[in-house]
Design a protein around this ligand. Structure first.
Ligand SMILES: NC(=O)c1ccc[n+]([C@@H]2O[C@H](COP(=O)([O-])OP(=O)(O)OC[C@H]3O[C@@H](n4cnc5c(N)ncnc54)[C@H](O)[C@@H]3O)[C@@H](O)[C@H]2O)c1
Length: 383
């Protein structure tokens, strides 16, 4: 059986999480690291015992001939770096969201097809054991017929939260419910409907966003209905990040590492309680090691997909569809109209919205989230 050679392009937090999982999987070997900042690369290389270290990813790919290049870098670099790496005809594992713009994501998928390689988009929660437990429970009929699905973010400023966390929430929904045919959304800033001058360049390179609080209705092609909430809270809380699947006879609650069953379609406190679903660790995974289970399972899914010449469940096409949903939510919030997917116009809907009132795209603000948020609160006259 082939061992896939993996190179990591970017050695900060996400590069480290991916490298630890690829390093312990029996069918993948991390052969090289690359970062513009040598201290990050050396810290990760020393931790995992990886000797081949580069400052230039072109040189790394030419020298090491990897099968997979992992691209765990800031979101605004995904397009440029992915295009450059795909040119070498290697598979890529790019962090989420795939890009910030549909036309860029389209170009990535087109180049991958031309080069006959695969794109995986790093939504590891969809591969994890907790999600597998949810899918098994649905297949076993534990909640009867699936009726609706509801997911929420962590309490970030909604537009930013949608791109950052909503991408995971929606990807998790797609894995169970299938594709989306249309979205309808409302977005507010300061309790009032959003206006074109509320469009911002998000923190962290997440592209153009709008809305402090967003509520989106999602029509799945299967007829299942969904709702996605991104509401700004005074502090960010990971416990709020969840998806709930409601069926005719019960409910399932998924959080990245947990799955719960309510054997009743309606939750009445004190009557029926949520029960934890048993979660089976993947074969070959050592829970006492430094790799995270869902990261390991995501790697495992990539190995299986490449072995069989198929796409990862979190493929480039799925990553693109998630982006269609995200940008469809922004478009619906801006225009007040239902947005059918996939969009014929691949330009950014918020840039189009601004242009329709004679406005240029907004200028980039501060990059770190906390500072960006303070700047926004100042714009809204709160500070
Ligand atoms: N999947 C998840 O659960 C999850 C969680 C958090 C963040 N993310 C995503 O991860 C990404 C950010 O990851 P991060 O915080 O580790 O990134 P980061 O931007 O902080 O670090 C990226 C590293 O890549 C290096 N780099 C950038 N360009 C390079 C180049 N041309 N050559 C060599 N090295 C280069 C940088 O020096 C840096 O060390 C975002 O896309 C974000 O959405 C995913």
């Amino acid at each position: 059986m082939k061992t896939y050679r993996v190179a990591i392009l970017g050695c900060r937090g996400r590069g480290g999480a991916a490298a630890r999982a690829y390093a312990v999987h029996a069918r993948t070997e991390v052969v090289a690291l690359c970062d513009l900042l040598p201290e990050r690369m050396h810290a990760l290389g020393d931790e995992l015992g990886i000797a081949a270290r580069y400052g230039d990813f072109h040189q790394m790919i030419r020298t090491e001939a990897p099968d997979i290049v992992v691209i765990p870098t800031a979101t605004e670099l995904h397009y440029e770096l992915s295009m450059a790496v795909l040119e070498y005809g290697v598979h890529i594992d790019v962090e989420k969201p795939i890009c910030t713009d549909l036309s860029e994501a389209d170009q990535l998928l087109s180049l991958a097809r031309k080069k006959e390689v695969r794109i995986a988009v790093h939504h590891q929660g969809r591969s994890g054991a907790a999600m597998k437990a949810v899918k098994a429970a649905i297949a076993e009929g534990k909640i009867g017929q699936l009726r609706s699905v509801a997911g929420s973010g962590k309490g970030y400023y909604a537009g930013y939260g949608l791109m950052n966390i909503g991408t995971h929430v929606l990807n998790a929904m797609l894995g169970v419910v299938g594709s989306v045919r249309a979205v309808t959304a409302i977005a507010q800033v300061d309790g009032r409907p959003v206006q074109p001058d509320d469009v911002l360049v998000a923190a962290g390179g997440m592209g153009y966003v709008v809305g402090e609080d967003i509520t989106a209705g999602i029509e799945f092609a299967s007829g299942v209905q969904g709702v996605h909430l991104q509401q700004r809270f005074s502090s960010v809380d990971s416990r709020a990040y969840r998806v709930e699947f409601a069926g005719s006879e019960g409910r399932l609650l998924w959080r990245t590492d947990e799955a719960w069953l309510l054997p009743d379609p309606h939750y009445v406190p004190g009557e029926t309680d949520w029960q934890p679903l048993p979660i089976s660790m993947p074969l070959g995974f050592d829970p006492s090691g430094t790799a995270n289970e869902s990261e390991y399972s995501y790697v495992d899914d990539f190995v299986c997909a490449l072995d069989t010449g198929t796409d990862h469940e979190c493929s480039g096409a799925e990553g693109l569809h998630v982006l269609e949903v995200l940008l469809g939510i922004f478009e619906s919030a801006a225009t007040g109209r239902r947005v059918a997917l996939p969009q014929a116009d691949r330009t950014h809907p918020l840039v189009r919205w601004r242009a329709s009132t004679g406005m240029e795209p907004p200028q980039a603000g501060l990059r770190p989230y906390a500072e960006w948020l303070r700047e926004e609160d100042r714009r809204l006259g709160r500070l």
